[in-house]
Design a binder for this molecule. Structure first.
Ligand code: ADP
Length: 356
């Protein structure tokens, strides 16, 4: 308060005090600030502006705005502020590898009886990306739900139109309705699970876990499916192997990976769970003898809803969310998940976990 009182009581000393304060404020601002004079040469800028526009161009002061940013709308907005005394808000996109997008507020200012204009650049790249991810997610969810729902409605109508008395087919139609309803159920469970994990809703309870025994449990739970697909499950984790993890979540990660390795395998293939150490890391691997994943898909399979063959994944009961869940859980453990794959030979997914 005393600082502010001095500030307002004596204009001259107030200016002396406020200048360094303002300069400090500008330095710490995340937004880029550029002030130009009437000839559009840059008179002042802050550190953020230098980081954004100066790295390629060197110091900004004394340069023309057009030398630093080439964008017609931005120049027009500065011209309007200088010549017509009008403020404006525009969107600016800086192309390149690190494409960035800004919301820019441009306003006329006057200092020491000289006219100028100030531009404040809010970086909205991240907000835009999140908005895009949210929209994509919503449209994916709607699409994924619509397919089974359409099928349910079609079969209900068929039954209503008389098929209910068709002894030969009515049970089959009901079966299709049940399968699609289960799919929707499964999908909603996975969406809720993923959003719970992503929102930081779960707390891990990491302990020393016997990996050999856990793998046995996972195999037991998936033995029905393995039999159905005629896949051999091999536990190559040495008996007294311990890893540091939340056992429920590790079980969930392994189950998802082994389930995929069974589903995307070739008939009479095998799935092997193994263990290795690399420096400070424990590495749990799930290898299959399946169809493999081509390089174009490899980068993207951990994304939500990404599937190399949508129709096939649906047919075998996939939601496209399993690997996204594994990725998030591995990261929550301070680890990572990765994949190596050879087309026609098989894939190996590896969960890397830090040691205790
Ligand atoms: P889904 O429910 O479809 O299994 P996931 O997120 O678990 O969803 O997997 C995403 C996609 O990655 C799968 O649809 C499949 O195309 C591919 N994929 C996952 N695991 C394997 C694997 N072991 N072999 C070949 N492709 C796989």
């Amino acid at each position: 308060m005393s600082l502010l009182t001095t500030w307002f009581s004596n204009k001259e000393s107030a200016e002396k005090t406020s200048r360094p304060i303002l300069s400090e404020i500008l330095k710490t601002m995340r937004e880029s600030v550029i002030v130009v004079g009437e000839d559009t040469r840059i008179l002042a800028s802050n550190a953020a502006a230098y980081n954004t526009f100066g790295r390629r161009n060197g110091a900004l002061e004394d340069k023309r705005l057009s030398e630093v940013v080439r964008d017609l709308t931005l120049h027009e907005a500065f011209r309007k502020a200088l010549k017509e005394d009008e403020s404006s808000d525009i969107e600016l996109e800086i192309p390149g590898v690190e494409r960035r997008k800004y919301d820019v507020h441009i306003a006329p200012i006057e200092f020491d009886k000289t006219k100028g204009a100030i531009g404040i650049f809010y970086d909205i790249t991240q907000i835009e990306r999140l908005e895009r991810v949210r929209q994509e997610f919503l449209s994916n969810v709607s699409h994924e739900l619509r397919t089974p729902l359409t099928s349910i409605l079609a079969f209900v109508e068929t039954l209503e139109d008389g098929a209910i008395n068709d002894e030969e087919n009515n049970q089959r139609f009901l079966g299709v309705i049940r399968k699609n309803a289960q799919r929707m159920h499964h999908l909603i469970d996975d969406i809720l699970e993923l959003s719970f994990i992503e929102s930081g809703g779960i707390t891990l309870n990491p302990k020393s876990v016997n990996l050999h025994s856990l793998t046995e449990e996972v195999f037991t739970n998936l033995s029905g499916k393995a039999k159905e697909f005629r896949i051999k499950l091999k536990n190559e984790v040495p008996k007294e192997t311990f890893v540091f993890a939340d056992s429920v979540r590790l079980d969930q990660m392994l189950t998802n990976l082994v389930d995929n390795a069974v589903k995307f395998n070739t008939k009479t293939g095998s799935v092997t769970v193994g263990f290795a150490q690399n420096g400070e890391k424990n590495i749990i691997s799930v290898a299959d003898t399946g169809e493999g994943i081509s390089a174009e898909h490899l980068q993207r399979i951990f994304e939500r809803f990404y599937r190399t063959d949508r129709a096939r994944s649906r047919e075998i009961g996939g939601t496209g969310l399993g690997l996204a869940i594994v990725k998030h859980l591995a990261r929550l453990h301070g680890g990572e998940v990765s994949v190596n794959s050879v087309l026609g030979k098989g894939s190996t997914f590896s969960i890397e976990l830090p040691q205790e």
